[in-house]
Write a protein that binds this ligand. Structure first.
Ligand code: LLP
Length: 425
């Protein structure tokens, strides 16, 4: 169920009218629904109940401390890609023992921090990274738990910028080199080979590529078992897509259905070939946990009719939400209080000095300056990808719980944006 709905002609987050949030906190503002967040997480945790499984939320999708805190309380682990993200997990009270560290370019400093804090696993993506991690662990007198991110060469059928599982991508160890790389890892004295990992891409509407990747991981686990390298966990990554509402888009596979199929496959394998071989299953979902929990509320500043196009100029811009201009992503734009006037086709653009500063194109809207719009399903990769381009402070973030809106990040003010800078003496 959507936690953003019209009540008496006004778009609400749960039981809170969005105009009240705009009046209290200004615009543009990201507004999240706590109930939606918990519901999305429960789709994973319910399907994992009674199993040896861990949901490591990919916090790059939205790393606000309030969101991390709520998920940590539900038992989530976290998939991080930087030392900064690890510090955020800890600031939110998350357990480093449930953290996995992904990414192709981990620095020595980040490795040291993660070893100090005792994370669950490093998802290693190359041989040089194995050596660096081994050296850092040795210098600390520790052993680092590692998993290899294997690139299964599966076509995830998504936007090229967010497909990661093909040979042409920078990610992971090529499937054909995986065994060799595992042997190298197992031979290093300060590494513990504990898992296998993959992540083939994001915004996948169908789970067939994920199940195909699973089969390839299972094939490798069998081959490793034959060599006496016994791993303890299988991490299938994230990637399940969400419904952005674009006309003609297939609906994404429901999370519960995907997990049912995945566990059925794993159970069959365990029973057939291993008579109950134990394996922990890890997931790294980002978007499917947070996208539908958030909207970006923005105000119409001006309407600008043109010979070829009409522009609706709003107070949010590409710096607040990069997805449309970066990926050509279609994001739904709703009037917060729809009027019955005749709609006009607009390109919805921000104030940033770039022609690429658009949030939506060719949308039929009946709006006036001062009206509020809501960009829907903006909870993932919105705020985390925001920048200060044009010296624009980043938007405020508000979490709604029933009838109450809580400010979970205040708006940045311009003076803060240059506070770290200094002039030559
Ligand atoms: N694990 C790894 C190693 C990843 O790189 C990612 C996302 C995830 C998990 C989570 O994937 P998800 O469940 O969210 O699909 N900015 C883009 C998406 C980039 C995804 C990057 N990696 C967008 O706005 O569409």
């Amino acid at each position: 169920m959507s936690h953003f709905s019209y009540q008496d002609g006004v778009l609400h987050a749960e039981s809170t009218p969005l105009p009240d949030i705009a009046a209290a906190f200004g615009t543009p503002t990201y507004v999240y629904s706590k109930a939606a967040l918990l519901e999305n997480f429960a789709a994973y945790s319910d399907a994992c109940r009674g199993r040896d499984a861990l949901v490591c939320y990919a916090m790059k999708a939205n790393s606000n401390l309030a969101i991390l805190d709520l998920l940590a309380r539900e038992g989530a682990g976290f998939d991080i890609v930087s030392g900064g993200e690890l510090l955020r997990v800890m600031a939110a009270g998350g357990d480093p023992g449930k953290v996995i560290f992904s990414g192709v370019g981990k620095t020595e400093r980040e490795m040291r921090l993660a070893l100090e804090k005792g994370i669950l696993c490093f998802n290693v993506e190359s041989i040089p990274e194995l050596h660096r991690l081994n050296d850092v662990a040795a210098s600390m007198g520790k052993r680092a738990p590692v998993s290899l991110r294997v690139n299964p060469n599966v076509d995830a059928k998504t936007h090229p910028y967010i497909a990661t599982g093909l040979k042409a991508n920078k990610f992971g160890v090529a499937f054909d080199d995986a065994l060799e790389t595992y042997r190298a890892a197992a031979s290093l004295p300060n590494l513990d080979v504990v898992g296998i990992d993959c992540h083939i891409g994001s915004q996948l509407l169908d789970d067939a590529p994920l199940l195909e990747a699973l089969d390839k991981l299972i094939e490798l686990i069998d081959a490793l078992d034959n060599e006496g390298v016994h791993i303890h966990h299988l991490d299938i990554g994230g990637g399940i897509g969400v419904d952005y509402g674009a006309a003609g888009d297939a609906p994404p596979v429901p999370v519960g259905d995907y997990l049912t199929r995945l566990f059925a496959r794993i159970d069959a394998w365990r029973a057939e070939r291993h008579g109950g071989r134990a394996i922990k299953v890890i997931f790294e979902p980002g978007r499917s946990i947070v996208a539908s929990t958030g909207v970006l509320v923005t105000k119409v500043e001006f309407l600008k009719p043109g010979a070829e196009k009409n522009f609706c100029i709003i107070d949010a811009a590409m710096n607040d939400m990069m997805r449309p201009t970066l990926y050509g992503a279609w994001m739904d734009m709703k009037a917060v209080q729809p009027s019955s006037d005749v709609p006009v086709l607009y390109d919805i653009v921000g104030p940033v000095c770039e022609s690429g500063d658009w949030l939506a194109r060719e949308r039929a809207l009946a709006v006036q300056p001062g009206d509020l719009l809501a960009m829907m399903s903006a909870g993932a990769y919105g705020m985390t990808m925001a920048s200060n381009y044009n010296t624009r402070g980043r938007a405020a973030e508000v979490m709604v719980d029933g009838e109450q809106g809580h400010l979970i990040r205040r708006r940045e003010n311009p003076a803060e944006l240059f506070a770290l800078e200094s002039m030559l003496k």
